[in-house]
Design a protein around this ligand. Structure first.
Ligand code: CA
Length: 230
């Protein structure tokens, strides 16, 4: 039996899928591929892969629809692959439960890092629903004590800042879209993008040695924020 992690590649461009499958095989994954959306959904159901790479531009079915269908029965990590002109779909996919994205053209190292990251998130999610605290490098968030500290020193944060830090830390490694964050913090009808920016800038000033080159919370341009996982 093949115990290597199975990755389903749903991609209609044979050049891209050939390249991706070669990289995956060379890195100890077991790739299987689908060229159409319907076939991808069928393979996701029949093979229950460990991760799915989903191209958003498919010939028969919108990639977003493929994602919704897959998400109706499984939380298997999904990384969406999008062309640069698919910005809006990329954000929509993340809001619908995709774990991460890569933009074409992408490099081998980036693809592999995102795959490892998404698998780690998934495993962590399964192992521990609610840890007592999260530690990333020198940053510690202690949920029970409601404490944020950096390098052992407590950092004073406002209630909104605390909520934001907790939200990001509970989704370690995962990019959270602006809309998702605003909904979670300010509710479904809020449009608080300016407040979000201001609060994030304040959080960075408090947590980061160099806020211009953040170590803990990075910006995904045009998409949202991510708390790094290592
Ligand atoms: Ca395509």
């Amino acid at each position: 039996m093949n115990s290597k992690p199975m990755i389903l590649v749903i991609e209609d461009d044979e050049t891209v899928s050939g390249f991706v499958c070669a990289i995956l095989s060379a890195n100890d994954y077991n790739p299987i591929k689908a060229v159409k959306g319907k076939e991808g959904v069928a393979l996701a159901a029949s093979h229950s892969p460990d991760l799915i790479l989903l191209d958003l531009g498919l010939p028969d079915m919108d990639g977003i629809e493929v994602l919704k269908t897959i998400r109706s029965w499984t939380q298997t990590p999904v990384i969406v692959v999008s062309a640069r002109y698919h910005e809006r779909e990329k954000v929509e996919a993340l809001d619908l439960g995709a774990n991460d994205y890569v933009t074409k053209p992408f490099g081998t190292a980036e693809l592999l890092a995102r795959i490892r990251n998404a698998m780690r998130q998934y495993q962590r999610g399964k192992a521990q629903e609610m840890p007592e605290r999260v530690i990333v490098g020198g940053l510690e968030i202690h949920y029970e004590k409601r404490l944020v500290s950096v390098d052992g020193k407590e950092v004073h944060v406002t209630p909104i800042e605390y909520k934001l830090v907790v939200l990001l830390s509970k989704n370690l490694g995962k990019v959270l879209t602006y809309d998702f964050i605003m909904r979670e913090i300010w509710g479904p009808y809020a449009n608080e993008i300016e407040s979000l920016r201001v609060n994030m800038a304040n959080i960075r000033r408090k947590l980061e040695k160099n806020p211009a080159e953040p170590r803990y919370i990075v910006t995904e341009v045009g998409v949202g924020y991510r708390m790094v996982d290592e």
